[in-house]
Design a protein around this ligand. Structure first.
Ligand SMILES: [Zn+2]
Ligand SMILES: [Zn+2]
Length: 66
């Protein structure tokens, strides 16, 4: 045995949408009047994706036998 299963959190994609910015890569901060400042998300560095914390970027998880 000792197989592995697809990670249920990222479904094998190894990455998930950044929980900090919701996958948008940053957030708009309303400045004065019409001006809006786009601030890059510091967690995903503006990519909108983070390494899956469940499988640590492996995309699969080892089957834990009882
Ligand atoms: Zn982010
Ligand atoms: Zn995963």
């Amino acid at each position: 045995m000792g197989g592995s299963v697809e990670c249920p959190a990222c479904k094998g994609l190894k990455r998930i949408g950044c929980p900090e910015c919701g996958g948008s890569g940053g957030s708009r901060k309303a400045g004065g009047g019409e001006r809006q400042t786009w601030s890059l998300c510091s967690r995903c560095d503006g990519k909108g994706l983070c390494t899956c914390p469940t499988c640590l970027g492996q995309g699969v998880m080892a089957v834990v036998p009882f």
